[in-house]
Design a protein around this ligand. Structure first.
Ligand SMILES: Cc1cc2nc3c(=O)[nH]c(=O)nc-3n(C[C@H](O)[C@H](O)[C@H](O)COP(=O)(O)O)c2cc1C
Length: 378
């Protein structure tokens, strides 16, 4: 399939594939692992809070760390105050810490939307524009592109994605990404790719990226074909399967998509991943952080409940290595295993907005969401 390279801030990405920002997942070790399988793609960090960046929060500073081989450093920020967003972007760009900034306008978590952040931002269209403008103004002297990621809307009665895409285009945003679900849907049901097609028809001057339910490389090509989008954003499909990016590069460049990996291969990647988490976070924190990944790596492999339970409680690299040695390395993933849902799966949810939030969609009242310390992302 021939696709047009994705251009972001003067950098060309011949294979228009982006790793979705995922809180608690897309840290430097995970991005580096994915990048090794798919060099030359865009890999976005976990989201960090604009206000925390400005206040110099230690944990946030750590989250902004990139590995030396990350030659295109993409960071997602969350913020609903144009002032803080501008200051955070200036801080990041002036110190040369990033090459690309993505903004989160899609997080549906109650603790975020009830303060007017994340998925609630597009409802207040003027404030949203002010946030975009502030980020772009702060980033442009440094040549850093700003992109925006959002959902279809709050629910089927409050659909904002076209308006958001057009605003982005007018405010100098470099590309938009649509997670084709409403906030209410959360992660339930199928992503509605027809909304991506609709956005692509309306937004004519900047790339439109599609997101939602790309589990295998063929899904990405199908999304491009069916929606006309300019690139794809891949989230849960790569959880426990970072080699999906190798498959995607092959699919986009007309190569042969590698055969499904056997469990011996999976175990080698697991150990590698766990080791790099431990070196970043320290052994205990790293191995605890790895436990959820272990479950994802084993998804679709018929290893049995007992092995799964042991992996979910693994407490050292040595133990992980022993557990791997007990598995049959020739085991293959079951038919359809790559498509088994993981990461977030639930929905629909009740979206909570601040009181009186819908009385006017045009005011510029900045929500008081400084105490939202990020968590579960978008
Ligand atoms: C564990 C997890 C954390 C997430 N965190 C974020 C986040 O911080 N920012 C964001 O914009 N989206 C976040 N998302 C949403 C994904 O970026 C993506 O939009 C969503 O998973 C749909 O794509 P998929 O079907 O390919 O997974 C998160 C998703 C998961 C599963």
């Amino acid at each position: 399939m021939t696709s047009v390279p994705l251009v972001l801030g003067g950098r060309e990405f011949p294979v228009p594939v982006v790793l979705a920002p995922m809180a608690g997942v897309t840290n430097a070790p995970f991005r580096t692992l994915c990048r090794r399988f798919g060099p030359g793609l865009v890999y976005v960090s976990e989201m960090v809070m604009a206000a925390a960046l400005v206040h110099g929060n230690e944990r946030t500073k750590k989250m902004v760390g990139f590995a030396p081989e990350e030659d295109f450093r993409s960071l997602q920020i969350y913020g609903s105050d144009p002032h803080f967003v501008g200051r955070a972007v200036t801080e990041l760009c002036s110190k040369g810490l990033v090459d690309h900034i993505d903004m989160n306008f899609g997080c549906p978590a109650v603790k975020v939307t009830r303060k007017g952040g994340g998925a609630a931002v597009p409802v207040k269209r003027n404030l949203m524009r002010a946030i975009m403008a502030s980020a772009v103004e702060a980033a442009s002297p440094w040549g850093v592109p700003v992109t925006v990621k959002f959902r279809i809307g709050i629910d089927d009665d409050l659909v904002t994605f076209i308006e958001t895409g057009l605003a982005a285009e007018q405010e100098g945003i470099a590309a938009v990404a649509l997670h084709a679900r409403t906030a209410e849907q959360h992660y339930a049901g199928e992503a509605r790719w027809e909304a991506i097609a609709e956005l692509k028809r309306e937004v004519r001057t900047i790339p439109v990226l599609g997101n939602g339910d790309i589990w295998e490389a063929a899904d990405a090509l199908r999304m491009m074909r069916e929606t006309g989008c300019d690139g794809v954003v891949v989230g849960r499909g790569c959880l426990g399967r970072p080699w999906l990016f190798e498959d995607l590069v092959a699919a986009f460049t007309g190569g042969d998509v590698p055969a499904p990996r056997d469990l011996g291969f999976v175990c080698r990647v697991m150990l590698d991943h766990a080791e790099s988490l431990c070196s970043l976070m320290g052994h205990d924190h790293g191995i605890r952080n790895f436990r959820k990944h272990a479950g994802w790596y084993l998804t679709g492999y018929p290893v049995g409940a007992d092995a799964r339970r042991k992996f979910s409680m693994v407490s050292s690299i040595a133990e992980l290595s022993r557990l791997c040695a007990e598995l049959d390395p020739s085991l293959r993933i079951v038919e359809g295993g790559a498509r088994l849902r993981r990461g977030h799966t639930n929905g629909p949810i009740k979206v909570v907005l601040p009181e009186g939030y819908l009385d006017s969609r045009d005011d510029l009242v900045v929500p008081d969401d400084n105490d939202v310390v990020a968590l579960s992302g978008g």
